[in-house]
Design a protein around this ligand. Structure first.
Ligand SMILES: [Cu+2]
Length: 278
């Protein structure tokens, strides 16, 4: 009897620990996330939290059932296990649960498509353009300069003095402003859309701005795009969200959001590609 009592107390404690873990995780999510500095941050965040909440419900329900089954069918000397098969009627609840999940999936797809289409596809025409190039283990940054056009790049032109492999003969490259990997800050205009052209020089990285709730893979041989409108001035951080090697942890950079005039002034103080490549 004492043994049974102990078992009950133990399972009670385990259930309390499980519930406390879930509750504290939800509390943490609601109160400890980084500031939102993008217009779309809230929409993306609510999608993620919605999926988490639904998953949490199923997680708790499945574990409660597991605990119940462990208790209900616990060892008993007089009981033998046997296989009794499953009738069609018994399959019905399983199918019903699957149908509910599928319906949830479709609703969620519908809701998320709208957000993703905005974030990935509908880039505003007047967006400020920045190029972000990942390499092991830092980010190179390039601004298109006054003409608003990036100069052509070619991997064969990559050298110590031209780390992004920009073609010096392309007229559009002369006024580009280049910060080799790890040497520049990412300055963005306040309340103006920014589109990031994301590239990689070696392996797959992921350009991650936690404050905007956005990330985009940097894939060698491709230029991927993502955009948002910074809505809060200040100094933040961006990082790599794809395990890319031993130095992955230090692949991060400073992100500054400031009014457009201030940004233009800062840009005009930087050396252009034409000035650094005689
Ligand atoms: Cu990386």
């Amino acid at each position: 009897m004492a043994k049974r009592r102990r078992g009950q107390v133990l399972s009670g404690v385990l259930i309390v620990i499980a519930l406390a873990t879930v509750a504290s995780a939800l509390w943490w999510i609601a109160h400890r996330l980084p500031d939102r500095i993008a217009d779309t941050a809230h929409e993306v965040e609510s999608l993620i939290l919605f999926v988490l909440a639904v998953a949490a419900v199923f997680l708790v329900a499945a574990h409660l059932y597991l605990a119940y089954a462990l208790w209900r069918f616990r060892h008993h000397p007089q009981r033998q296990s046997m296989f009794i098969g499953v009738t069609r009627k018994e399959w019905l609840p399983v199918l019903a649960i699957a149908a509910v999940l599928l319906a949830f999936d479709l609703t969620f797809d519908h809701r998320s498509n709208e957000v993703w289409a905005k974030v990935f596809l509908r880039v505003p025409e007047n967006a400020f353009r920045v190029e972000i190039t990942g390499e092991q283990f830092a980010w190179g940054i390039r601004y298109p300069g006054k003409d608003g056009e990036f100069g052509r790049t070619d991997l064969r032109l990559v050298s110590d003095s031209n780390p992004l492999g920009i073609d010096p003969n392309d007229p559009a490259s002369k006024d580009d402003i280049v910060f080799p990997a790890g040497q520049g800050e990412l300055h963005l205009p306040l309340n103006h859309p920014v589109v990031f052209l994301v590239r990689s020089k070696d392996v797959i990285h992921s350009f991650f701005v936690p404050f905007a709730r956005l990330k985009m893979d940097a894939v060698p041989g491709m230029t991927t795009r993502i955009w948002f409108t910074p809505t809060k001035a200040g100094t933040y951080e961006f990082a790599c969200a794809e395990l890319c090697g031993l130095g992955h942890y230090r692949m991060r950079g400073v992100l500054v959001v400031e009014p457009m005039e201030q940004l233009q002034k800062w840009l005009s103080e930087q050396q252009t590609f034409g000035e650094t490549m005689p």
